[in-house]
Design a protein around this ligand. Structure first.
Ligand SMILES: C[S@@+](CC[C@H](N)C(=O)[O-])C[C@H]1O[C@@H](n2cnc3c(N)ncnc32)[C@H](O)[C@@H]1O
Length: 223
């Protein structure tokens, strides 16, 4: 009952605030057509990412976990013409579907997909001495989220924002003895985030078409 209700309210919000958009709708359709899991952010969450990126005046965005490029498109649309988004994806099929969606959205020049496990591609970004990213969105596998956050800190600067998805997991994060490795991965991340002196951070719970979960938002305040 709760899920049906949350989805109906999400549809109401989407109808009010998300105008029809061919590039985004085609991206969701391609997720189904290519048999990818429907684990993209919800439309209103995509718009939240877009608004946060816009309000932060971002020039450079790093995303971990591309899937079909749905959140990528929302985020990249907040960039200026000479802005850059690098998105990390381990699955070649996901990367291929995403590239087609990014091209169709007219974002080819701004978005670069780096194929490979994020724990391998992140050190390469550091070795390349990439300019700091203004916003990082962490949404890949959940087991390594604490490590991804550590790398994100190396790739950002004071004033950058690091947003991490799925940090509540239907409330499963309150169970210290959970046998679920994703929950344990996120618990490790949440505990590290709370103690990290270089950020001001909080977690907000979310409910909607994607169930009960949460977003962590961290502002980098120290080096
Ligand atoms: C939750 S989905 C991303 C959803 C996307 N951010 C959106 O909202 O549209 C997670 C993605 O991370 C990818 N992934 C899983 N493990 C990864 C890893 N170790 N490195 C990079 N990507 C990974 C998966 O293949 C999947 O496409």
């Amino acid at each position: 009952m709760a899920q049906e209700h949350w989805s109906t309210v999400d549809n109401y919000i989407t109808d009010l605030f998300i105008p029809p958009d061919l590039a985004l709708e085609n991206t969701l359709r391609s997720t189904v057509a290519a048999d990818l899991p429907a684990i993209n952010v919800a439309p209103n969450q995509g718009k939240l990412l877009h608004i946060l990126a816009l309000s932060h005046g971002v020039n450079r965005i790093l995303e971990l976990g591309t899937l079909a490029g749905y959140s990528t498109i929302w985020l990249a649309r907040a960039l200026p013409a000479d802005g850059k988004l690098i998105t990390l994806e381990a699955n070649p099929k996901h990367a291929e579907v995403a590239q087609a969606n990014i091209d169709r959205a007219g974002l080819t020049n701004q978005v670069e997909i780096r194929l490979g496990a994020a724990l391998e591609t992140l050190p390469k970004l550091v070795a390349e001495e990439q300019e700091p990213f203004d916003l990082v969105f962490i949404d890949a596998d959940k087991v390594n989220t604490a490590e991804y956050f550590s790398w994100a800190l190396k790739l950002t600067r004071r004033g950058s924002v690091i947003i991490t998805d799925n940090v509540v997991r239907k409330g499963g994060v309150i169970d210290a003895n959970s046998p679920d490795e994703n929950i344990q991965g996120i618990r490790r991340f949440n505990a590290a985030l709370a103690l990290e002196p270089r950020v001001k951070a909080t977690i907000v719970q979310t409910v909607g078409s994607k169930g009960h979960d949460g977003l962590a938002i961290a502002l980098v305040v120290g080096d």
